[in-house]
Design a protein around this ligand. Structure first.
Ligand code: CTP
Ligand code: CA
Length: 223
């Protein structure tokens, strides 16, 4: 697409973004994690800053550099991400949840390294808070945008998440072998109540710019 000449509806607006994985500690040296690199969320943060938004990026553990003009807050666990997001969400105009948040954490993390001779026979897990759903439930909260990373029935599952979480938009994302995680490109279809747009398969940086254009359009429409 040609670069737009008009100012973005997001110019000057506060945009809050989550990115990366979370790490859920087992003991001081071990954690449960996932394959998210943070690339998609960092690219969205850069794209939002490019259109003049005031961007705060809440990032799980990621080695990526902070995009220019973006305020970054580093967290490790889903609970820390929840706290960092809920502290800021009431003041945000838009919330984009690109993080791959662990659905569960270890119920009682060991405070000392678990030794080979003390093999635990099981790890008890408890559910983490759903950050996106919590933000969608705020009165006068921001426009909410989620991601649905799915290996199967991508569009159906994404549509179910849009409804179940009560969010404004969702980007459906096929993941699996060589797709979605740990790669530089991606394919997204964005759904909202009453519409959808296929953004196709391209570099995450390009997808991020197109997603930010679309979020700007929906933000303007809801205004
Ligand atoms: N999400 C979140 N907090 C969580 C889990 C997920 O904010 N504890 C957000 C993700 O950032 C994403 C959206 O919710 O934007 C959907 O995440 P996903 O893992 O696909 O959905 P879940 O509701 O966790 O369902 P499932 O893992 O069973 O597919
Ligand atoms: Ca999940």
């Amino acid at each position: 697409a040609a670069p737009s000449t008009r100012p973005s509806p997001l110019a000057g607006q506060s945009v809050l973004i989550t990115a990366g994985p979370t790490h859920e500690p087992i003991d001081p040296v071990r954690f449960i994690g996932n394959r998210s690199s943070g690339r998609m969320g960092f690219a969205i943060a850069a794209a939002a800053a490019n259109v003049g938004a005031r961007v705060c990026l809440i990032s799980g553990p990621s080695r990526l550099p902070t995009p220019a003009g973006v305020e970054r807050v580093d967290v490790e666990t889903a609970e820390q991400m929840y706290q960092a997001v809920l502290d800021r969400a009431p003041q945000a105009a838009v919330f984009i949840a690109a993080a791959a948040v662990a659905d569960y954490r270890v119920e009682a993390r060991a405070m000392h390294k678990i030794k080979r001779d003390n093999q635990p026979d099981q790890l008890s897990l408890v559910p983490n808070p759903d950050i996106l759903k919590a933000v969608a439930g705020l009165t006068d909260g921001p426009l909410t945008v989620g991601f649905a990373a799915e290996t199967d029935d991508v569009l159906d599952n994404a549509h179910d998440k849009l409804t179940a979480k009560g969010i404004d938009m969702i980007a459906a994302n096929a993941v699996g072998e060589g797709k979605g995680f740990e790669v530089a490109d991606n394919a997204l279809t964005v759904l909202w109540p009453g519409g959808h747009r296929e953004l196709g398969h391209k570099a995450k940086t390009q997808l991020a710019a197109e997603l930010i254009d679309l979020v700007g359009e929906r933000f303007h429409a809801a205004d």
